[in-house]
Design a protein around this ligand. Structure first.
Ligand code: PBG
Length: 330
């Protein structure tokens, strides 16, 4: 074996030429992250002055409306254009009636955010699981979530968000026909400019664990397999996306992100509509926990996962890292 540096191979293709310096690597970079693609989730609770950290999600807090306004203003200043609101009501009942209450945390937060923060895009999660005493995403009869009556409740919740001033409503329940019902309800009431971001391909995932602690929405019995997608399926996800687009979804969402990048790529490829991905609570908690033990370089894996999600086809990313990533990109 020649060890001398004068040994030369007659290569015409030397891909390493374009990896020589950071400037060249940057010139040929195919995927760029910018803060404009981040959506920052916030958990809104009752009360004032409340800022309670979620144990399994370091850096994520349950916030009362005043604190949510502060947090969103800070995020906006960091360059994050949008927030996604989840409500954690004090009182829950079997039909999740607080979901459409104009004075519940989410509706109050929407009004405050639209009033206080210029140019902030306010998106609201539409689901019943945070509002029902049993923690299910709809109205339960026996051990079944009854689809059509649930859809009526969801449409009323979405309407209450639109009335409060939400720019975009985001149904995350995976009931059949909810996008059409929400679109019709909003249009009938004059909210034809409120957009719908549907969680079109939402998988039945173990990665939602920490969220359920944050939103206090763990089902008291059973699970969500009767409506969320089987992790083994991709054709079924594409059918779901197609249905939601036909029903009027303006943006479609794939969730979780990292274990479903193939689904995300196919959705973007096939439908070519604005596509979002949700880097969910468990994905975030996993990185945080490993980083806390010194097992991963957090900054690096944060950017690596976000870049991967974007490379796979996401136009926008819902992530608990939104502020941190936006700040690091400045
Ligand atoms: C349902 C909803 C869930 C998440 C977003 N919307 C939980 C579930 O389906 O159980 C999970 C988000 C996350 O894990 O970060 N309202």
């Amino acid at each position: 074996m020649a060890t001398t540096t004068t040994a030369k191979l007659a290569l015409t293709r030397r891909p390493r030429r374009l990896r020589r310096t950071e400037a060249i690597r940057s010139l040929v970079r195919e995927t760029r992250l910018t803060p404009d693609c981040f959506i920052y989730p916030l958990f809104v609770v009752e009360g004032a002055g409340v800022r309670r950290e979620v144990p399994s999600m370091p850096g994520v807090f349950q916030l009362s409306v005043d604190q949510a306004v502060q947090e969103a203003a800070a995020a906006r200043a960091d360059g994050v254009p949008a927030v996604l609101l989840f409500g954690v009501p004090a009182e829950k009942d079997a039909s999740g009636s607080a979901a459409a209450d104009p004075d519940a945390p989410v509706q109050s937060a929407v009004r405050a955010l639209k009033r206080e923060i210029k140019d902030l895009i306010v998106i609201t999660d539409v689901c019943l699981c945070e509002y029902t005493s049993h923690g299910h995403c709809g109205i339960v009869e026996g051990d079944e979530i009854v689809n059509d009556i649930t859809v009526l409740h969801l449409a009323q919740a979405a309407l209450s968000h639109a009335v409060a001033g939400a720019d975009i409503v985001a149904p995350s329940d995976m009931m059949d026909g909810r996008v059409a019902a929400i679109r019709r309800t909003l249009d009938e009431r004059g909210y034809e400019n409120t957009a719908i971001m549907s969680y079109a391909a939402k998988y039945c995932s173990g990665f939602y664990g920490p969220f359920r602690e944050a939103a206090d929405s763990t089902p008291q019995f059973g699970d969500r397999r009767g409506h969320q997608l089987d992790p083994a399926n991709v054709e079924e996800a594409l059918r779901e996306v197609e249905i939601d687009i036909e029903e009027g979804a303006d943006i479609v969402l794939v969730k979780p992100a990292l274990p479903y990048l193939d689904v995300l790529a196919k959705v973007k490829d096939r439908f070519a509509v604005p596509t979002a991905a949700y880097q969910v609570s468990g994905e975030y908690a996993m990185l945080k926990a490993a980083a806390a033990r010194g097992w991963l370089d957090e900054r690096r894996v944060m950017f690596e996962t976000l870049t991967g999600i974007r490379r796979a086809g996401a136009d926008m990313i819902i992530t608990y890292y939104a502020r941190e990533a936006a700040r690091a990109l400045r």
